[in-house]
Write a protein that binds this ligand. Structure first.
Ligand code: PBG
Length: 326
């Protein structure tokens, strides 16, 4: 038999496969989420996120230095305050836990990695929603924007390099950009969680931040059924001035990620979220899946679909594995 094309020829050996590989994830693309909890004395494990911890403020400097030593591209800070209220007041307090953590992280990072801060109210409100509520109990978009503007300036003053706008309020990028520029923070960049879906895969994260949410976020996060809407959200955020756009979760939404990567003129990020990570960990703990191979394949697939930046709880191990495999 004469076969002109035999694709297996390029798979015959490890060196050949390495030569023809299309994507090569790098540790500099990885961003590690970090949780800091007010009032902790010691780091505390998060049972639904094996290997991930809540840290006391006093540990953040060394945790960020370790991330830099590992060659990671950045860290993304989330904070759990000791007290919560309907307006999420602690989010805008210069001495609030998140802003204090930003200062520690930025000092430890120096010029070695990028410090990103989550800009959203869900960790700070007692009802657990990402914004403030109207009298009828709905999440009030425009009232929330005013709080985001103040929160953004507080984070910029604390020294954050990038603000991660994860609340899915309409107009959040434009309002935050205006507020930062008016205060002279023209060099602080905005990572817009542009296509963020109302996902079941956020479950372990809500344990990590001790979420009080009852109900769901379906009036502001996207319906998992909608692909075109992901493109619309990303285009709007870019037009409003987003410096990066993100798709979240990652693996269940690779179609949306590929669309956004094809249309965007800014760097594209993807968030391999808590439930995606926990699935691999849980199966690996039972011996049902090869942990390293599964994490590596997940990362490779996310980059192949078009992500320039990947936010992942496995960043440290992936960085070490990528160096070993290089
Ligand atoms: C909310 C926020 C969430 C995540 C990041 N920011 C949860 C949510 O929207 O309920 C989830 C991240 C993860 O699951 O790893 N601001």
């Amino acid at each position: 038999m004469t076969l002109i094309r035999r694709p297996r020829r390029l798979r015959v050996s490890a060196p050949m496969r390495r030569l023809v590989r299309e994507v090569r994830p790098q540790r500099a693309q990885l961003v590690l989420p970090l949780f800091v909890r007010e009032g902790l004395e010691e780091a505390r494990e998060i049972p639904s996120l094996p290997g991930v911890k809540q840290y006391p403020l006093s540990h953040i400097g060394s945790v960020v230095a370790d991330a830099a030593d590992a060659g990671l591209g950045g860290v993304m800070l989330f904070a759990i305050p000791a007290t919560r209220d309907p307006e999420g007041t602690a989010a805008c307090d210069a001495d609030g836990i998140l802003n204090a953590a930003i200062r520690e992280a930025v000092a430890a990072a120096g010029e070695r990695l990028v410090v990103m801060a989550d800009l959203c109210l869900d960790e700070f409100t007692d009802h657990g929603h990402c914004g403030v509520l109207a009298a009828d109990g709905s999440v009030d978009n425009d009232a929330t924007l005013a709080v985001y503007a103040r929160m953004a300036v507080a984070q910029a003053r604390a020294g954050a390099h990038v603000l991660g706008l994860s609340g899915m309020m309409d107009g959040q990028v434009a309002v935050v950009r205006d507020a930062l520029d008016a205060d002279g923070f023209t060099d602080v960049s905005l990572l817009a969680y542009a296509a963020k879906f109302a996902s079941a895969f956020y479950g372990p994260f809500r344990d990590a931040v001790e979420s009080t949410l009852e109900g769901d976020r379906r009036t502001y996060q996207m319906d998992p059924a909608n692909r075109r809407e992901g493109s619309v959200e990303a285009a709007l955020d870019e037009a409003e001035g987003a410096d990066f756009v993100m798709v979240k979760p990652a693996l269940p939404y690779l179609d949306v990620l590929a669309d956004v990567a094809a249309q965007s003129s800014v760097p594209v990020a993807a968030y391999h979220v808590s439930g995606e990570y926990a699935q691999i960990e849980a199966a690996a703990a039972r011996g049902w899946i090869d942990r390293r191979a599964a994490h590596t394949e997940a990362l490779t697939s996310i980059v192949r679909a078009g992500a320039d930046i990947v936010v992942t709880y496995a960043a440290h191990e992936l960085a070490a594995w990528l160096e070993e495999d290089a």
